[in-house]
Each structure stands twice: as structure tokens, then as C-alpha cells.
Design a protein around this ligand. Structure first.
Ligand code: FAD
Ligand code: NAP
Ligand code: SF4
Length: 684
């Protein structure tokens, strides 16, 4: 067997798990959508079918005060039980097991009725919570118990009590947010009473067989929060109160330490879970940035944990467990931890999905079943749009030939993977290479195909996925030898000097700045140790909140990152990752300049106007990252030959292009191409 520890069964109360893979809780946005429960039933059933041992749903509030938003999902009455039945029936029909997560948002709630142990505003919420009275705390505990009873009635195998990430329960356990001096606060023991009572009374209500997971805040990663001794004391008390197992939560949402972004080394926080495992007898789950079966197996083999929690990796590939068990890990569509279609969507009120798998949480609306008629299709360009189209269309039964001018697939992802902290995109290229081979796509590398060749071959459809070309801005002195494009810098064709100005502060400007300023941290070369040193995590995990002073890294380049807009530099980056990119560059000494006018480039450097005042940035290199234009030279030539091409990715629209849109557009076109009558070979 490929992963013997990962595929060892585990008994939890009355439930037998076939393996050690738990699907961690994720808010999908479907909880609040009109047809959301039907869609969630399909979503969770697909993951159960894919072999995950135990699923935890997105958080559902035990009462109205705990909803994330005014219309947020609650589990408090029989009507809601009926809705949840759709999910549990679908999962059980696939032989799966599922817990509902009970999550009270506390002071993170985005509605006017938010409550907390103390009336202390969270730094990430403009709203201030009302302090719960002692009676209200008591009532809230009972609300959890009622919701847990309803969960069993709805067919769930149990519940997960969400005690981490800075939500209500975590707010009770940390001195930072609990300033009470009653039975629910005052010292660490009384701060623990709220979660312990919830677990104790829930166990009493549900009986011995139901599964109760407690998601423990293993590391708070905020100041004035729990020490490791306090975390371990809570773990023991929750165990004694009746938890079946302990899941791990890492970092509050308001923490300034990245916990799940691509820049976090794989499995970096698992070592903190090992201390919990040593302190209790119930099974313990490791989580955060575990995205390969190799790493999962290693953590279990090393005795770090008894199970692993994969959340986003199961958005990316619902068949993760089945593929690992079949000894085909290279066929897993790996989560690259970009957050672009999952958490960034959830935080901006959009439905959750996945950059590398746009069907995630869209199973009922993006169907990729067999084609109604097979067509011969040419695809030009093997970037993310072309690869996604080609693989999906071929899997549906079309005959697909994919032309790529370069000698490798991937398009711009080959550049993205060179950026420090974005190496995970190599997994996406590996996955698509396997997909193209398995689905029988005819891949023609090193072929900048022409309109004549496409016309002569008589394809039924031509899909242009030719991407983009860098925009050339109008700036005096652009022909100065110090001026280079981002392609030359990232491919290593030119070496930037010690003083650099980057023109354009979009995603690529930021990445180029990171590429040019990145230096290894002063750690010992161990990825997690380096990361902890850079971001100020106490490697012993013993200090309050497990925080330490970040170790500085001496800048080795002077770098200016500029934009014409007056808005904050980086304002358009991802919700969950923009602050990380900004903080990393600031730590590297990068100067952000917004509202600038470019006056010219000469031997003295880059001349700009900043708030009306002229300034010369004395730089050796000026890197142009001023956006991109669609690459469409084949369009008119094809039309002249009677062929109306389909356009996807950057070839369609370059503005606000990213790999998420490219892959989604490619997949969507592939799902329906034979039904698009007006396109195709007009002359035939
Ligand atoms: P491309 O990736 O540009 O692919 C087009 C392909 O077509 C190329 O391989 C090209 O060689 C080929 N081609 C063109 N003409 C022909 C022809 N005539 N015949 C044959 N082949 C042809 N996006 C994100 O979502 N997240 C990120 O973190 C991210 N980071 C990035 C970092 C960098 C440094 C860069 C440069 C981009 C990044 N992107 C990121 C953007 C993302 O890579 C692009 O949006 C995406 O690759 C666009 O996909 P595409 O398929 O439309 O085009
Ligand atoms: P972009 O995000 O559109 O940024 C282009 C930058 O160039 C802007 O800062 C813009 O700012 C500036 N600019 C535009 N026209 C200009 C001109 N004529 N002269 C001077 N400056 C000009 O594009 P990008 O950085 O090339 O990125 C391309 C796509 O890749 C983006 O849409 C992005 O989503 C994606 N990407 C995403 C990530 C990610 O982490 N998610 C990373 C990299 C790339 P001003 O107009 O204010 O000067
Ligand atoms: Fe992972 Fe990115 Fe997909 Fe989210 S969108 S699941 S982080 S690959």
C-alpha cells in the first residue's frame, strides 16, 4: 500500500473511519444561496465518493447572534433540519460520514447584533460587539446543545464545535478578548469554562456514539492570547468533557502571521499539533498547508497527529483520497494555496470555488459529462486557458489538437512559478501535463501555428488561447538601456541592477518586486524555521499567542514600486494575500509610490512627478509591468478564411485576467462547445 498510515481505519465512538483524511470546514456561500442545500448535497456527495473519511461542513451558527451576516445560516428549528437532510442523505448514499460545524462568529459577525465576552472591537471589523450577560452566556451554551441535537435529527454523524480562528469560543479563552470577571472569565480556568461546558453538555445530550470534534486554537498568533500551557490545559479539559477528537486551528483571522497562503511552507504548523497529541489520549488532527499525500503520510508516520485535515485540497480535487489510495498521487489536482477562488470569494460575498477546479461548489451548474457529438478541435496556446479547455473537451469525447509555440506547456504559469512563494504553480503544470496525456490530447509543442495551417487541417472548431503581450506605455526615454520588460527579468535574460524602479504595481509588479528583493531568512534553511523567523512566530510555541519579534532581513536592493493611481499600492491584490505581499515588500525596504506621473527615463534614472513635485529616482534598472494586451494576431487571419474562432483567457480579455478566469473560461467553453451553433467553421 502506498500510504499505509493514511489508509489505516480509525474507530470514533460508533463511527468507523476508513482512512485518516478529514475534510476541514469551508464556508461555501451556498449555505445562504436559494438553491444552496441542493448544491451542497452534490458538492459534499462528490467528496464522499472521492474517498474522504469524514467531512465537516461549513460553519452554521447555533443562534441568530452568531450568524456571519444578517442572512447567515442558523440551525435552530425543524425547517432547517429538513434542508440539512438533503446533505446528509447524499453523503450517506455515497458511503460517507459528515459532521456539521457549529460556528458562532462572535465579534467577527458583520451584522448589528454581534456579541462577545467583552465589548471589544476586532481590528478587522468596523462593528463593536455587545457584551453578553452571564444569563446570555448560559443561554448560548444551551443554543449549541440544541443545534447539536438538531444536527443528529438531520442525520449528521455528529458535530464539530468551532473553538479557534478568533470566533466566539476563542474570544472567551483568550485574555485579549475576555475582560470579564465572573464565572466565564477572570483567570485562564474560568476563560476555558465556556467551551468545556459546551462540549460537556453536548456530549450529555448526544450520547456516547455521536462524534464530537472540538476545533482547538493550537496557536492564536495574536498578542495577549493563550500560552501553550493554557492550550494544552484546554485540550485535556475538552477531552474529559467528551470530545471524540481534537481538530487543529491555527491563528486568528486578525493575526498578522500568514497561516494558509502559498507563502506558508507546507505543513509548517503541524509541529504545534504534535504537542497537543502528546497531552491527550483522543485522536488529534493536523491541519494547514497539507496538500499532498506524501506530507500527510509523513506527519502520521512521525506521530505528529492521528488524522490530517485537508480543506482547500478537496476543493481542488474531490478525488484526492481515491487517487492516493490507488497509488496515483501524480494525478491529483493540487491546491496551490492561492486563496483566489475560495477564501477571497467567501470574504467578498461570492460563492466559493477553486482556481484549479472551477467545478468546485458548482457541480450542478458546470456539468462536464460526455459530449453529445464529437468534434475535431484545434486549440492554440497551452497556457491555463488552453490546457483547461483541451483536457476538459478531450475528456468529454472531442478530438483535440493543442498547439503551443513554446517548447513547454503552461504559458505565464511558467513565470509565476519562479516567484518566491509561488512555486506551487509547478503542481498545476504537472497536473495538466497528466490530464493532457490521459485524455489523448494531441500536443504539438514548439508550433506557432498559422491561420493557413489551421484552415487547411479543416477543424470543426478553433479555440484561441494565445494569451497576452506586455503593454508598452508611452514614457519618454523608454528606449534607454536601463529599461527592461518583466519577461526579461523573470526569465533571467537580464540581471537587474542594485537600484530598481518597477513601473506598474499590479499583480505582476508586486511579483517582480518580490523576485528582486527576496532573500532567505536568517533561519537555518529549514522552510518552517525561516518562515517563523521572518513572520515572528515563537518556534517553541510557549509565549502568549506563540509570537516572537520578527527577524529583520537586510535589504540587498533599493526598489521603488510605482503606480499612477492615487489609491493605496496593492489595493487590487487578493483580500487574503494582498496584506502579505505588502508586508513582505515593506520588510524588504521597498518604497511604494502612488499618484505619480512618469516624466522620463535617462542616465540619471527615472524622473517622476509626485504630488506635483518633481523627483528623480536614481536607478540602474526600470522594469515595465504596465499591464497587458490580448494577443490576437490570428483572429483576423482566421476570419478571412471563414473561420470564427472561440476566444478564451487573455486572448479574449486581458484586463483583470488571472489564471482563475483563464481556467474557468476554458472549462466552461469545453463543457458546451458542441452546443454553440453560431461558432465553428462558418464555411462548412
Ligand atoms: P497565457 O498563460 O499567456 O498562455 C498563452 C499561450 O499561448 C502561451 O504559452 C503562448 O506561448 C501561446 N501562444 C501564443 N500564440 C501562439 C501561437 N500562434 N501558436 C501557438 N501558441 C501560441 N494568475 C493568477 O491567477 N494567480 C497568480 O498568482 C498569478 N501570478 C502570476 C505571476 C506572474 C509573474 C505572471 C506573469 C502571471 C501571473 N498570473 C497569475 C497570471 C496568469 O498566469 C495569467 O493570467 C494566465 O496564464 C493567462 O492564461 P492564458 O491561457 O490566457 O494565457
Ligand atoms: P494589472 O494588475 O492590470 O496592473 C497593471 C499596472 O500597470 C497597474 O499598476 C497600472 O497602474 C499600471 N499601468 C497600466 N497602464 C499603464 C500605462 N499605460 N503606463 C504606466 N503604467 C500603467 O496587470 P499585471 O500586473 O500585468 O497583471 C496581469 C494580471 O495577472 C492581473 O490582472 C492579475 O490579476 C494577474 N496576476 C495575479 C496575481 C495574483 O497574485 N493574484 C499575480 C500576478 C498577476 P496605474 O494605471 O495606476 O499606473
Ligand atoms: Fe486551493 Fe487556490 Fe483552489 Fe483555493 S482557489 S482551493 S487556494 S487552488
Amino acid at each position: 500500500m502506498s500510504y499505509p498510515h493514511l489508509f489505516t481505519p480509525l474507530q470514533l465512538g460508533g463511527t468507523t473511519l476508513p482512512n485518516r483524511i478529514l475534510m476541514g470546514s469551508m464556508h461555501l456561500g451556498l449555505e445562504e444561496a436559494p438553491d444552496g442545500f441542493e448544491r451542497m448535497a452534490a458538492f459534499y456527495a462528490e467528496r464522499a465518493r472521492g474517498g474522504v473519511a469524514l467531512i465537516v461542513t461549513g460553519g452554521i451558527s447555533p443562534n441568530r447572534a452568531g450568524r456571519p451576516v444578517r442572512h447567515g445560516a442558523v440551525l435552530e428549528n425543524e425547517r432547517e433540519v429538513t434542508q440539512h437532510r438533503l446533505i446528509t442523505d447524499a453523503v450517506h448514499a455515497e458511503g460517507g460520514r459528515i459532521l456539521v460545524q457549529l460556528l458562532h462568529f462572535g465579534r467577527y459577525a458583520a451584522h448589528a447584533d454581534l456579541v462577545a465576552p467583552s465589548a471589544l472591537q476586532a481590528p478587522i471589523n468596523p462593528l463593536t460587539p455587545r457584551e453578553l450577560s452571564g444569563d446570555e452566556v448560559e443561554a448560548t451554551v444551551e443554543d449549541y446543545v440544541r443545534a447539536a441535537r438538531l444536527a443528529l435529527q438531520a442525520g449528521y454523524d455528529g458535530v464539530e464545535i468551532m473553538g479557534s480562528e478568533g470566533y466566539l469560543i476563542n474570544e472567551f479563552t483568550a485574555a485579549r478578548t475576555n475582560h470579564r470577571d465572573d464565572a466565564w472569565g477572570g483567570d485562564a480556568g474560568r476563560r476555558r469554562r465556556f467551551p468545556v461546558e459546551i462540549v460537556r453538555r453536548t456530549r450529555a445530550a448526544l450520547g456516547p456514539d455521536a462524534v464530537i470534534s472540538y476545533r482547538l486554537s493550537v496557536l492564536d498568533l495574536v498578542p495577549d492570547a493563550s500560552t501553550q500551557d493554557e492550550v494544552l490545559a484546554l485540550a485535556r479539559e475538552v477531552e474529559a468533557a467528551g470530545a471524540s477528537f481534537l481538530n487543529s486551528g491555527i491563528g486568528w483571522h486578525e493575526s498578522r502571521v500568514p497561516t494558509i497562503a502559498m507563502a506558508v511552507p507546507r505543513g509548517a504548523f503541524a509541529r504545534a499539533t504534535a504537542a497537543v497529541k502528546a497531552a491527550v489520549s483522543v485522536p488529534v488532527v493536523a491541519s494547514n498547508r497539507i496538500n499532498t499525500p506524501e506530507l500527510a503520510e509523513q506527519l502520521l508516520a512521525d506521530g505528529v497527529a492521528d488524522l490530517v485535515s485537508l480543506a482547500r485540497p478537496l476543493l481542488a480535487d474531490p478525488r484526492f483520497a481515491a487517487k492516493a489510495q490507488a497509488g496515483r498521487p501524480e494525478r491529483i489536482n493540487t491546491c496551490v494555496a492561492c486563496n483566489q477562488a475560495c477564501i477571497d470569494h467567501a470574504l467578498s460575498g461570492r460563492l466559493t470555488s477553486c482556481l484549479v477546479n472551477p467545478r468546485a461548489a458548482h457541480e450542478t451548474v458546470l456539468s462536464v459529462g460526455p459530449a453529445t457529438a464529437s468534434r475535431r478541435i484545434a486549440v492554440v496556446g497551452a497556457g491555463p486557458a488552453g490546457m483547461a479547455f483541451a483536457a476538459t473537451a478531450a475528456r468529454r469525447g472531442h478530438q483535440v489538437t493543442l498547439f503551443e509555440a513554446a517548447d513547454t506547456i503552461g504559458g505565464q504559469l511558467n513565470l509565476a512559478r519562479r516567484i518566491p512563494g509561488k512555486e506551487e504553480f509547478a503542481e498545476t503544470l504537472r497536473y495538466f501535463a497528466g490530464e493532457l496525456a490521459e485524455t489523448g490530447v494531441q500536443l504539438r509543442l514548439g508550433r506557432a501555428v498559422t491561420a493557413d495551417e489551421l484552415a487547411d487541417a479543416g477543424f470543426d472548431d478553433v479555440v484561441l488561447a494565445t494569451g497576452v503581450t506586455p503593454r508598452v506605455p508611452q514614457i519618454p526615454g523608454l528606449d534607454h538601456p536601463s529599461v527592461v520588460g518583466y519577461l526579461e527579468v523573470l526569465t533571467g535574460a537580464v540581471e537587474a541592477g542594485p537600484r530598481v524602479a518597477v513601473i506598474g504595481a499590479g499583480g505582476i509588479g508586486f511579483d517582480v518586486a518580490e523576485f528582486l528583493t527576496h532573500r532567505p531568512s536568517p533561519g537555518d534553511g529549514d522552510g518552517a524555521a525561516d518562515f517563523f523567523a521572518r513572520w515572528g512566530v515563537d518556534p517553541t510555541f510557549r509565549s502568549p499567542g506563540a509570537l516572537a519579534t520578527p527577524a529583520g532581513v537586510a535589504p540587498h536592493r533599493t526598489l521603488y514600486l510605482l503606480q499612477r493611481k492615487a489609491s493605496k499600492v496593492g489595493a487590487g491584490l487578493g483580500v487574503t494575500t494582498g496584506w502579505i505581499h505588502r508586508a513582505a515588500l515593506q520588510a524588504a525596504g521597498v518604497e511604494f509610490l502612488s499618484g505619480v506621473q512618469y516624466l522620463g527615463i535617462d542616465d540619471k534614472g527615472l524622473r517622476i512627478a509626485e504630488n506635483g513635485a518633481e523627483r528623480v529616482l536614481a536607478v540602474d534598472t526600470v522594469v515595465i509591468c504596465a499591464g497587458q494586451e490580448p494577443r490576437r494576431e490570428l483572429v483576423d487571419a482566421l476570419r478571412a478564411r471563414g473561420i470564427e474562432p472561440h476566444l478564451i483567457g487573455g486572448a479574449d480579455v486581458a484586463a483583470e485576467l488571472d489564471a482563475k478566469r483563464a481556467i474557468r473560461q476554458g472549462t466552461e467553453l469545453a463543457a458546451t462547445i458542441e452546443a454553440i451553433r453560431e461558432s465553428g467553421r462558418v464555411a462548412s
